[in-house]
Design a protein around this ligand. Sequence first.
Ligand code: AMP
Ligand code: ZN
Length: 436
Amino acid sequence: MAARYWNEAVETMGRPDIEALQLSLLRQAVGRALTTPFYGPRLEAAGISGPSDIRSLADLRRIPFTTKDDLRQAFPFGMLAAERREVVRMHASSGTTGVPTVIYLTAADVERWTDYVARSLVATGADSSDVLQNMMTYGLFTGGLGLHYGAERVGMMVIPAGPGNTARQLKLMKDFGTTTVHATPSFMLHLHSKMAEEGYGLGDLRLKRAFCGAEPYSEDARRKIEALFGIEVFNSYGLSEMNGPGVAFECERRDGMHLWEDGYILEIVDRDSFEPVPDGERGEIVLTILCREAMPLLRYRTKDLSAVCPEPCPCGRTHRRIARITGRTDDMLIINGINVFPSQIEEVIMAMPEVGNNYLILVQKEGALDRLTVKVEVGPSSFADDSRPLNALRDRIRSRLQASISLNPRVELHEPGVLPVSEGKAKRVVDERPKL
Ligand code: AMP
Ligand code: ZN
């Protein structure tokens, strides 16, 4: 089938042109970054005091990495490079200790992001005849609105369903002839497991494809979803720091995700030495966003592990592909698509004087979905005959956790000494989920 493009000139640019464009955009990004309280002193210290100090793309490596912790330190406006009045949107994702990491966009930034998403969707074969049901969360999370705008740009009819509620999702799919969905892979499996029970069969649906991302999943999980629904599943990679969806997306070949190199500079570095690794070798993805006016982000360490696919893609797009993400270098958990750091849970628990010193975070599968249980030890006095105070404490822990991590965990209270105590470094997280 002939490849179809959203913007053929950009998507099929030759390597020298991509690199020339990257260099000129990087200079602009550095120029903007220098105006911010966070990057100004940092870049100066690295000997970069103006765009002209970036003479070639190799000079990128003179710029220090940026981390999630830096974003947290710069909260709320330390990386803002535009006037407040120019900003039209913000999004946020979880920080490591409850301080969210925030990104800002001007109207032109939203335009560009929309364009990356639009070209990603067209690369999968989607067009204006499609009905897209967006089952990702709308709100501070970027998955909902980000993909929504791009799909509208393509002219798809968008059903902004949001996540959860399988009965309603299936009814919408049937009533409106949904051809395409955007969901986490685990939600797709969950949806399928509920179909018969909710009274639907594949014959009721007109589904052709799904865009799946927001959490790691294997090639086997992809094939399973494809077989269960009789559809094509396209891997979609993005992170809120880099706008959200539309950073890298699979084309019709479904063999690695094209990373839009007119928008981002991709580096893959060794997870320990931070030196670049050769194409095909796994390492941590480091990204520089090239044209976000409101908030430059240079050499951002994503903590996601992947590799460059060395072969050119037969679809004709020249932007390099990255392989499926195989994991992260930090302890961030992704639970039903929501990012949670164990430190966020610890912070809530340790702020409650009734709670003892030991706790355990347990992540399991319940059906196709993830289930989070937090086990905490409470003081011996809490275990009196009257169980009411204990129930109240459990509810209080649960609601504080929910407020902090946007998930509703199961909370178990235990008497002191019941939870395992490990010698050496405490093992606070037990993740029993089979690899998706
Ligand atoms: P957020 O900032 O909330 O959008 O979360 C972004 C994180 O979700 C990334 O850094 C990855 O760890 C994870 N993620 C997003 N898309 C994928 C994908 N297709 N495969 C694996 N992990 C993903
Ligand atoms: Zn391709």
